[in-house]
Design a protein around this ligand. Structure first.
Ligand SMILES: *Cc1c(COP(=O)(O)O)cnc(C)c1O
Ligand SMILES: [Zn+2]
Length: 423
């Protein structure tokens, strides 16, 4: 073990460095550990989660904060002056009332939480911003990750902004836009000949050998995961401080879905919203649907699969939070479902045509599952529903190439135009 691993293991948090967080709790056995560079339980190797002791927090305090995730700094493992420290400051993205799409689907009230407005155009900026803060505090020198694409974009950008080195690992068959939109920030980009699960395994091995590298979704995962709670906070605040009745969330590792549930629960506990029932639905692509398969069969465990889908950002065959997604969806009365490749493409086009929002394949998965869950009667068309659009269509143009393009191609004459039948 190198010196810096020993130093990091004996890490003692500075007062306030993690805000109101007080420790790490094992999600499997409930054992407690102090805040530090830990991600697996000492007792059972289960995943750790950040625990808090919240003071009373008011809506007014939050509303007077910055228009970013840092308005919720008191609910995150970050210092209270976080907004003054160089970071990407994501969040407070728009919540769009999707009346056209609702009408088309026969729904009463539908909203799209549109995370394409984040600095690198996906929800991953939220988790990385919190992970960067923790990585700095814990003394890591390099920001790293295994990624299905969007995370690599977010890590490379955040590291550039923070003035530290990044090393990101991706499957070498990713969309060109996601490769270039990582490389542009100037860190190291390692394309690996394999799928995400291969990349993830390699990253875990490297994490054990490189004590100064913070793999945001591996060895600082407990802090990283907390960033997803801000989707729940923003949604509730933007609805006028209340919870929606149904939410549809795309599932890759499943971290986002479980933390949105945690976020709603915290708002209720703090008295920031009234307690009201909500159902959480998970959305997958059939070509990578291990959690949906487990849900359908009534299993508690998730059987790993080999992904084969155009929804590459969701292509995790062995999802770390799979069992917790099953728990959350069953406990709230929701479901997990999956859709075909054609349904994904149709979902992208439907959202674009009705609401002017261009989603990546993950958003196509979410819209298509919304439609499917309505048709099967699992989603209530009368209940207020929020769907999460987690990434930008400009990164996955291949998914729709061949499906849309110029309506006509004409010579530059008025005659040709009139003959084309457009007017
Ligand atoms: C990573 C990702 C997700 C899923 O996140 P998990 O927390 O791993 O389930 C959803 N949508 C997009 C666009 C992503 O990049
Ligand atoms: Zn444990």
């Amino acid at each position: 073990m190198s010196t810096s691993t020993i130093e990091r293991t004996s890490y003692v948090p500075r007062a306030g460095a993690f805000g109101n967080a007080i420790g790490l709790t094992c999600r499997a056995c409930g054992a407690q550990q102090p805040l530090g560079p830990f991600y697996a339980c000492n007792e059972c190797f289960g995943p750790l989660e950040v625990g808090y002791e919240f003071p009373s927090i008011t809506r007014e305090q939050i509303e007077s904060g910055p228009k970013s995730i840092w308005r919720y700094h008191a609910l995150l493992p970050v210092p209270s002056d976080i907004a003054t420290i160089p970071n990407t400051d994501p969040g407070f993205t728009r919540l769009v009332k999707a009346d056209n799409l609702a009408r088309e689907l026969g729904m009463k009230s539908l909203w799209v939480k549109d995370d394409t407005g984040n600095p690198t155009h996906s929800f991953k900026d939220r988790v990385v911003a919190v992970a960067l803060s923790a990585a700095r505090e814990l003394g890591f020198k390099v920001l790293a990750c295994p990624s299905t694409g969007n995370l690599a974009n977010a890590v490379a950008a955040a590291a550039a902004r923070a003035g530290i080195r990044s090393v990101v690992f991706i499957p070498d068959n990713l969309e060109e836009a996601k490769i270039l939109a990582s490389a542009v920030y100037g860190g190291s980009l390692v394309a690996v000949q394999g799928n995400y699960d291969d990349v993830n395994k390699l990253a875990s091995e490297i994490a054990g050998e490189e004590p100064d590298w913070a793999f945001v979704n591996v060895n600082v995962r407990p802090y990283y995961a907390e960033g997803s709670k801000t989707l729940a906070y923003e949604t509730a605040e933007q609805l006028g401080w209340r919870l929606p009745e149904q939410v549809v969330i795309p599932v890759a590792s499943g971290s986002q879905l479980t933390k949105v549930d945690k976020g709603f629960g915290e708002l209720v506990k703090l008295g920031l919203v009234d307690e009201s029932p909500y159902k959480i639905f998970g959305a997958q692509a059939t070509g990578c649907s291990p959690v949906s398969e487990a849900f359908r069969n009534g299993w508690d465990a998730v059987k790993p699969v080999k992904p084969n889908t155009i929804a590459k950002s969701l292509a995790i065959g062995n999802p770390a939070d799979g069992p917790y997604v099953l728990d959350t969806c069953r406990r709230t009365g929701g479901a997990v479902s999956d859709v075909s490749e054609d349904e994904i493409r149709d979902g992208i086009l439907l959202l674009a045509r009705t609401e002017g929002i261009f989603a990546e394949t993950a958003g196509g998965v979410t819209v298509a599952n919304l439609k499917k869950l309505l048709a099967s009667g699992q989603l209530d068309p009368e209940a207020e529903t929020v769907i999460f659009n987690t990434g930008d269509g400009l990164k996955t143009l291949d998914a729709i190439s061949g499906r849309v393009g110029p309506t006509v191609n004409i010579p530059p004459t008025y005659e040709a135009f009139t003959q084309a039948g457009i007017a």
